[in-house]
Design a protein around this ligand. Structure first.
Ligand SMILES: Cc1cc2nc3c(=O)[nH]c(=O)nc-3n(C[C@H](O)[C@H](O)[C@H](O)COP(=O)(O)OP(=O)(O)OC[C@H]3O[C@@H](n4cnc5c(N)ncnc54)[C@H](O)[C@@H]3O)c2cc1C
Ligand SMILES: NC(=O)c1ccc[n+]([C@@H]2O[C@H](COP(=O)([O-])OP(=O)(O)OC[C@H]3O[C@@H](n4cnc5c(N)ncnc54)[C@H](O)[C@@H]3O)[C@@H](O)[C@H]2O)c1
Length: 473
């Protein structure tokens, strides 16, 4: 154990940032006997707990549940009203603990981690300054997350747009909302606010969710349009203006205008490295810190970057996976025990390269993992793809009348294994882990044939996909 080191430094490890990722780095390192401190400048729990995953999913769930009920004759008749907006917003607020972090701060303490409140900067190897006070450690882990990217559009900054923080913590629902960006956050928030009664216009310069299989964006655009959302693909504003009454006007490149009460900017995020003092250490830049698979920043032997800040996968679950690897890798290095850094070893985040699962909680849901067909081809893989209509599965038709959805597998023909899977449809999120296991486990297609899906579940799509794959020869 590492107590010897603690005699020369204040801590074995200082984690900067107490979001979900920082908490996990600290926890896993502490469990290996390290003395650890977390520095947090805002709320312990970070973006996910207060302004991202939790409140956004709470805002989405009620609309999705209402639509699900309306898809079933018999149930439809029992659900005759609209959403109670106040109740939905209140339920959202309970998931953020009213934007108070007492519960999570208490957990940090109970886990044997020291919490230092304040803004941290890194002043040298193992040196961290927090609001004027210097602390030392044998290793430092950055888990500072990411910040919104605001595009340089004339008048946008002056119009004081909403970011995702303002959207997820909204106290009221604007009558008209413009959503700029057709990525994950923009799509989810368009569904959420439309369900809550806003008239939403989405401005997306490319197809919605353009990193997914192409049918995903098409299905989502259709679903949003059916909900009354005005989806403008290929539309970029050239100018934004907010007048004295608060009215927002977006002027598009073709000269047309759209008016709204609020504009939400959801155009991506960049690593939160500004103001950390990295430039003076010859590190930094806004492209993200290059790390190895133990999350050690390249060119250093003491600095780690974990979660959103390293730009590998801006997702809570993947950041926490990196954190489990990094927390134990740091402990192994400091304790002088073996670092298991071979691919798929305990101390590396190998899955970041091959199997990052993600779910978009739109309606229909989008759940995908691994490579799309385009990415697999780009990687030079010799692939075959197979698609199946989810609506024709017995389990799906029981789930909802007129169930619409699609599934696609990307198979590496040389290895006979799945390298990518995409599902779109109601309630497909829980289907995703089966695909993640198949990819991570490199389960041969021939063996997958023996994984029999229960009847009548939506998972039966696996059987149909494999039958179709085999019949294609
Ligand atoms: C609207 C929205 C919805 C999302 N929904 C999902 C979802 O459903 N599922 C999912 O997996 N992911 C989702 N994400 C992504 C997810 O929120 C992030 O991947 C996750 O929060 C990253 O965790 P992190 O700990 O790396 O960073 P953060 O949660 O951002 O935590 C970083 C912490 O560091 C602190 N900090 C920063 N700089 C300093 C400093 N110098 N000194 C001290 N403290 C500092 C910050 O105050 C913050 O608390 C969503 C993101 C958005 C924007
Ligand atoms: N359910 C989830 O897991 C979930 C939900 C929300 C967000 N997130 C995470 O948060 C991150 C940020 O979400 P996001 O939606 O902001 O990013 P994103 O990368 O998913 O989408 C950004 C969108 O903005 C567009 N865009 C970028 N610059 C633009 C410009 N100058 N003008 C017009 N459009 C522009 C892009 O084309 C893209 O469509 C994502 O990477 C995602 O991992 C996850």
């Amino acid at each position: 154990m590492s107590t010897a080191a603690s005699k020369t430094t204040d801590y074995d490890l200082i984690v900067i940032g107490g979001g979900a990722v920082g908490e996990n780095v600290a926890d896993y390192a502490t469990q290996q006997g390290l003395q650890v401190a977390i520095v947090e400048s805002e709320l312990v729990g970070g973006e996910c707990s207060y302004w991202a995953c939790m409140p956004s999913k709470a805002l989405l769930r009620s609309g999705n549940a209402l639509r699900a009920a309306r898809r079933l004759p018999g149930t439809r008749e029992a659900v005759t009203g609209e959403l109670d907006v106040r109740a939905v917003l209140e339920r959202r607020t309970t998931f953020t603990s009213g934007w108070k972090d007492d519960g999570q701060a208490k957990w940090v303490e109970s886990a044997g981690i020291e919490l230092i409140r304040g803004h941290a900067t890194v002043t040298g190897a193992g040196q961290v300054k927090v609001d004027g006070r210097m602390y030392t450690a044998r290793a430092v882990a950055l888990a500072t997350g990411s910040v919104p990217h605001i595009p340089e559009i004339d008048g946008l900054a002056e119009a004081q747009p909403w970011g995702t923080r303002e959207a997820t913590s909204a106290k009221t629902v604007p009558q008209r909302l413009i959503v700029l960006g057709g990525g994950v956050a923009g799509t989810e928030m368009a569904f959420a606010f439309s369900s809550l009664g806003a008239h939403v216009t989405v401005l997306s310069r490319s197809a919605l969710l353009s990193h997914e299989e192409p049918f995903v964006g098409e299905c989502l655009a259709d679903a949003l349009t059916a909900e009354g959302v005005d989806v403008r693909i290929g539309a970029t504003p050239s100018h934004i203006d907010r007048d004295a009454e608060g009215l927002v006007t977006a002027t598009l490149e073709d000269g047309s205008t759209i008016q709204a009460d609020e504009i939400l900017v959801a155009t991506g995020r960049t690593p939160a490295t500004d103001g950390l003092g990295l430039d003076s250490l010859g590190l930094g830049g806004n492209e993200g810190l290059a790390v190895d698979d133990t999350m050690l920043v390249k060119g250093t032997d003491w600095l780690y970057a974990v979660g959103d800040v390293n730009g590998r996968a801006l997702l809570t679950h993947q950041g926490k996976y990196q954190a489990r690897a990094a927390g134990e890798a740091i402990a192994a290095r400091l304790n002088g025990t073996q670092v298991q850094d071979q691919p798929w070893g305990r101390h590396v985040a190998t899955a970041d390269h091959t199997a990052v699962p993600h779910v978009v909680f739109s309606d229909p849901e989008v759940a995908s993992v691994g490579k799309t067909e385009a990415k697999a081809r780009e990687a030079g893989l010799h692939i075959k793809t197979v698609e199946y209509d989810l609506g024709s599965i017995a389990g799906s038709s029981l789930q909802a009348d007129d169930y619409a959805g699609r599934a696609k597998l990307v198979v590496d023909e040389d290895r006979g294994v799945i390298v990518g899977a995409t599902f779109i449809g109601q309630d497909v999120a829980e289907l995703l882990h089966s695909a993640t296991i198949a990819i991570v486990g490199e389960v041969p297609i021939d063996r997958l044939w023996h994984a029999v899906p229960s009847y009548p579940t939506i998972s039966e799509v696996w059987l149909r996909l494999l039958e179709t794959y085999t019949s294609q020869g």
